[in-house]
Design a protein. Sequence first.
Lengths: 320, 298
Amino acid sequence: MPSRYLLRRLAQVLPTVVGLLVLNFCIIHLAPGDPSIALGGEHGDAAYYTFLRARFGLDRPLPEQLLTYITNVLRGDLGTSFVHGRSVAAVIAERLPATLLLVSAALALSSVAGVGLGALAARHGRRPADVTINAVALLGYAIPSFWLGQMVLLALAVGTGLFPVQGMTDARDPKTGFGYMLDVLHHLALPALVLAANELALTTRLVRTGLLEALGTDYVRAARAKGLPEGLIIRHALRNVMLPVITIIGSRAGMFLSGAVLVEVVFAWPGLGRLLLSSLLARDYPILLGMFLLISLTVILANLITDLAYAWLDPRIRYQ
Amino acid sequence: MPGSIPAFDINSRSPAILGSRVSASRVGLFRILRSGAGRVGIVLTCGLVAVALLASRIAPADPFASVGPPLSSPTLAHPMGTDDLGRDLLSGVAHGTRTSLLLALIVSVLTGFIGVIVGALAAWEGGRVDDALIRVTEFVQVVPRFFLAVIVIALLGPGLDRLVLLLALTSWPWIARVVRAEVLSLKQQEFVEAARSLGAGRSRVLLREVLPNALPPVVVVVSLNAASVILIEAGLSFLGLGDPDVVSLGYLANNAQRFLRVAWWMVAFPGATIALAVLGLNLLGDGLNDVLNPRGAS
């Protein structure tokens, strides 16, 4: 990948990030009444509001406030949660690992299984295996993640007791070392599977459609004429199919994270989703604003990584 | 690029429908019934629209009125059971379908409007206008709509009006991009040149010649977007951010979470309805895509 492409793409990110900071700033001012209420909650006393106004420069003209806000964010200062009494960044950082574990497990599951199932379906073009995989994928794409979570909970956790109903570890039987890992994996299985379902369905459909198209091209015909085994041909075709698949998976980071939040709420997974719900109930605005910023930046980062991966995989992608 | 073939060119496909746009759309509507996906999509969508339109007739009771014993499993009197306050769930699902579909419809109309204007303007004007509009489109596209909705509703309080506005203002980039690509390629077509050489003004060429031909793919994107709007409303209501004065499918799902272990029917029926609505709209989009873009169909 030439460094010129990298630099131009990085330069594009900057205005987007600034735009997001401005948007976040506008949201703070959108709150009914004074933004100090959005930052300090509805139950603070007058002295606390005065303190907040001075700290965030809310008594200054708007452009200056914006500058102060951006400087604060760049320093990692997202304000203080009035429920937790600690900095927003610290509270969010504490919940991040659980969400990262869930999201990466689900993404790995959906990508690997999606490519496999898509290839399987394409190989069996129009036969029962293909039709079944395609129908299930269509259904999986339409089912809301939180509902799938509720139904799976009813069937596999409440019904049979095969899986724990909620949480990340067994509170009644705390374990250490290897036992702890197994316990977390046991708790992770259902939420990761449910979160993966939508993406899995989408990946399967994309890989299947792409492969069916690729299998009709000249280079595949040439490979067949040469006598290459079918498995190897699929592998060749798959390389070309993966490019658009990666783009679409990458562009859905926001959707994926919103799914993660809902699944976390259903399974009481102690990550950002639970934090979002409790902050909503407590009207802990600084946390909500901090989470919105974090998630927006994650989406930008995901888009950036997708584009760079694309350029790395396909040498034809260049700026003129 | 003169001579390029636009992705969705209804005119070049069949000489029989060249003359009139009306007949083209009529043929298209019948053709969607030929694909399995399109058939199921049409049936599901029409079925749910019928439920939404006839909600007051189908529903035996006011969805907010307590009409039976609390947490009763499905019986003849209450085919989908009742909730914790003895409210009839069938009434809730029927009225909830109405709310969800109405929301999807209004958002779709608004997004379609904004998307077509932005996309057409960008492609038609080109140059700096195009650059600026593309930048705005790209920016709106990276803003996570679900979380923006969460935070705005948390600050302003729940209400369908702000949800409609928010989703409309954040869902149009997809449509704008499709319209822009279409108009860019249609701009170079011979029939546009012909209209221009006959003395038609710029705006007349855009409105009468280019836009009508750019709209078919928009219909596909709008139907897919309507599905995602239903999912977003359901997700927001599930977090307790729905309008408490209006029954929606997400509101019912949120209520059900607390009774997961005791009342499976409260979970099963509203969620299944959401899934059917989303499935129907997705299949409808697939079917429309097959009809309007036969080269892309597998």
